[in-house]
Ligand binder design. Sequence first.
Ligand SMILES: NC(=O)C1=CN([C@@H]2O[C@H](COP(=O)(O)OP(=O)(O)OC[C@H]3O[C@@H](n4cnc5c(N)ncnc54)[C@H](OP(=O)(O)O)[C@@H]3O)[C@@H](O)[C@H]2O)C=CC1
Ligand SMILES: O=C(O)C1=N[C@H](C(=O)O)C[C@H](O)C1
Length: 265
Amino acid sequence: MTIRVAIAGPRGKMGAEAVHTIMKNGKMELVAVLDYKEVGVTLADLDMFPSNYTAPIFTDMKELVAATDPDVLVDLTNPHAVYKHTKEALALNVRPVIGTTGFTDAQLEELTALAREKDLGCIIAPNFAIGAILMMKFAKEAAKYLPDVEIIEMHHDQKLDAPSGTGVKTAQMIQEVRAQKIQGHLEEKETIEGARGADFDGMRIHSVRLPGLVAHQQVLFGGDGQLLTIRHDSLNRASFMSGVAFCVEEVMKMDQLVYGLENII
Ligand SMILES: NC(=O)C1=CN([C@@H]2O[C@H](COP(=O)(O)OP(=O)(O)OC[C@H]3O[C@@H](n4cnc5c(N)ncnc54)[C@H](OP(=O)(O)O)[C@@H]3O)[C@@H](O)[C@H]2O)C=CC1
Ligand SMILES: O=C(O)C1=N[C@H](C(=O)O)C[C@H](O)C1
């Protein structure tokens, strides 16, 4: 069976890469894309895509679903739009595969309940790159033995959310196993606010934003006389694409929401 895929955010850095990925995949068909402004009738109207990319462009999810009947919605938009898109897709019986980051805990809970109510698969993946998933898994393992940990995530300067979805997910996975601990000196004081980074359950997350970067993270563990560094680098956005295709196939077999690819690889 060919999987019918719609993509939200097709003009973006990730969305455009995902359009090419789905177009090249023999098991999938790109049936539509979702944008928020009128940018053309089909993808072929956009200079960035070839003339044989004929998927229609919609600005309304309901119209998109009624006209093209997708099985899966891949969302690569931004933290302001993604929650609404995910909710709408589930309500219309379309399985969401979400790469967009920036969900609140309350939103994740609500979407989990909605997917359960509808018996529909939904994947929310803060990172699609297999190397990044392994970095998070290895960091979780290390935290059992080395509870002093700081996360440094580094991204391009166009990123809207901080910390990154991967940074937050890493901290959440470490939190599951790490002995409760406030790090650093109990009397430490920041002389410039933010100097010690974001505080996640006593762990610090530092966000670096610079042109030239793509997506990078290192997790540092300190112990007596030793430092363990677990690092992952995405050097381009192709690094995420096998994960996108994997999720499109997997979500078709699922009947609930999964947050994080570490739960299904
Ligand atoms: N899970 C993963 O592995 C990865 C996740 N990401 C995440 O994916 C998201 C996109 O990243 P990236 O491609 O770099 O960002 P971009 O800013 O390059 O792309 C986002 C695109 O979404 C469009 N957009 C904004 N609002 C809407 C809307 N309501 N409906 C449809 N389209 C909309 C934007 O249009 P316009 O520019 O005109 O506003 C833009 O074209 C981010 O949240 C990022 O964190 C990124 C890389 C990997
Ligand atoms: O915005 C990005 O670029 C990325 N966003 C995701 C995140 O917030 O973790 C995944 C990856 O780090 C790239």
